[in-house]
Design a protein around this ligand. Sequence first.
Ligand code: DX5
Ligand code: ZN
Length: 228
Amino acid sequence: MNEIKIAPSILAWDLGDLEEAIRISVKGGADQVHLDVIDGHFAPNITFGPGTVKALRGRCDLKFDTHLMIDSPHLYVDKFLEAGSDLLTFHAEVLTGSRFDDLYRAVHAKEKEMGLAIKPKTELPRWAADRLDRISTLVVMTVNPGFSGQSMDMSVMPKLQKISALIQDRGLMLDIEVDGGVEPENVHEVVKSGGNVLVAGAGVYGKKDPVNAISVLRERALQVRKAQ
Ligand code: DX5
Ligand code: ZN
């Protein structure tokens, strides 16, 4: 079982002051910071691109977990790698096995980590299940991509449990990242179902004390682990 990690999603902060969002993550001891890139096609919002990622890269050393919710990732993979992403996650819905293989070559040429993400209603495709040994992270979304502040779709939990069992059966050490609506109140279900990386937008940046909110999520998750 991989260790618990907290990944605040800066999409939930004031987009005019992302430097402060990063500062909060560093101060709160986050393991990585989650950067949501949305192109207005794959999902109904437009956030930021490689220029913003690069500007933030110059301001901290925290691991950059870039979640690409875009239709044509092959056109931008190099740009996001050059911008300083450490983990680059692509959506399975816009890929095929051979498209994945092309992206894999690009990411590994730069010695970075690769992730795959699936939307709440997407089952893990066969080509992706066959390639789990090549990624560091599987992102299971628990809201429809687009916006921070939605509530978690609990109907995703059985899928999360199935994926977690599959990964354990194969003896793989992937991170299972749960993205969407993570709050202290549902950390129990998420960790019990096999999630170990908790992405939290509103669950961190929407709180009165966001620095402390990072510790609250971590403590809740560790409590669940202790009881397991
Ligand atoms: C949704 C994004 C999520 C989201 C998380 O499109 O991928 O990362 O910002 O924010 P919360 O935790 O508020 O759902
Ligand atoms: Zn995300």
